[in-house]
Design a binder for this molecule. Structure first.
Ligand SMILES: NC(=O)C[C@H](N)C(=O)O
Length: 282
């Protein structure tokens, strides 16, 4: 991968307005307002974690045709069984030489300006993320001398990398999968949340390129080999492989001291966290 003089292209397109979509859902819903509310609540839960990311890294092709192909593959992720479950409120593509980062956004936090890919201050670090970072406000406080362009919960990622390097991943509390490109040396880091709430796949092209996608349909036509990205792991191009970032102290073979109680377990599952800029009618 050649870092010097790599052409940088950033393009994007807004999706159908969020307001219009909500109105449509309301009118299309059968039954009374109760059913519409139930439908809306379900939609929020289904969509909660569903942006689509696609990245192609080091493919030795910086042509317009490749860019069009990456965008097309990225858009494949927004249609699933005729249900648009991955946005898009925004469709963005960033290219740096032969590295491409695409994002289909379902806007949840900062819908007005949190479009992706996102950057650090001097735009040397770029990231495409699917997920929610629950502790982003706390993390921003640790980055007091950094200037943020957006209020997106995912904006902290490029800045944390700049400040702490690859080991910042275990500072994140949330559900996420992301691809981060450091254009200063064309290295990249990919990570997936602790238990794999967000989907992520990795593939390899015949040209030696690394492909990352939220859905298999972004990879299966172009990769020689692909597999599920292991939860709780990161892939670093610098070390050339996977490494487990999620190592909680309770990750051991020891027998638990607390006896199994299905009701306690059920309550824990029911206590789902939800973070959004939109009102939820419960
Ligand atoms: N929805 C996402 O996956 C990205 C980010 N949390 C947003 O609100 O846009």
């Amino acid at each position: 991968m050649e870092a010097a003089k790599a052409p940088v292209v950033m393009e994007g397109e807004k999706g159908e307005s969020r307001k219009k979509k909500c109105r449509k859902t309301w009118h299309n819903g059968r039954g009374g307002p109760e059913e519409a509310t139930k439908h809306r609540r379900l939609k929020v839960l289904v969509k909660k974690k569903m942006c689509g990311i696609l990245a192609v890294l080091g493919c030795s092709d910086d042509s317009q045709a490749k860019r069009v192909r990456v965008l097309e593959l990225s858009r494949r992720q927004v249609i699933f069984l005729s249900l648009k479950h991955r946005g898009p409120d925004w469709s963005g593509l960033y290219q740096h030489g032969d590295c491409y980062l695409a994002h289909q956004r379902l806007a949840i936090i900062d819908p007005a300006s949190g479009d992706q890919p996102l950057f650090n201050e001097d735009k040397s670090i770029v990231v495409t993320v699917n997920g929610e970072i629950y502790n982003h406000e706390e993390l921003r406080k640790k980055l007091a001398h950094h200037k943020f362009r957006t209020g997106s919960d995912c904006d902290v990622i490029a800045h944390l990398y700049e400040e702490y390097g690859e080991d910042f991943v275990d500072m994140l509390d949330g559900i996420f999968s992301f691809v981060l490109l450091d254009t200063r040396d064309n290295s990249f880091v990919v990570a997936r949340d602790a238990i794999g709430v967000t989907s992520l796949y990795i593939g390899w092209g015949l040209d030696g390129s690394v492909w990352i996608s939220s859905e298999l349909k972004g990879l299966n036509d172009d990769c020689e080999h692909f597999e599920s990205f292991p939860p709780g792991h990161l892939y670093s191009s610098k070390s050339g492989g996977f490494r487990r970032w999620y190592n909680p102290p309770w990750f051991s073979e020891a027998i638990p001291s607390v006896p199994y109680d299905p009701l306690v377990l059920r309550r824990a599952f029911e206590n789902v966290r939800l973070m959004t800029c939109y009102p939820i009618n419960t």
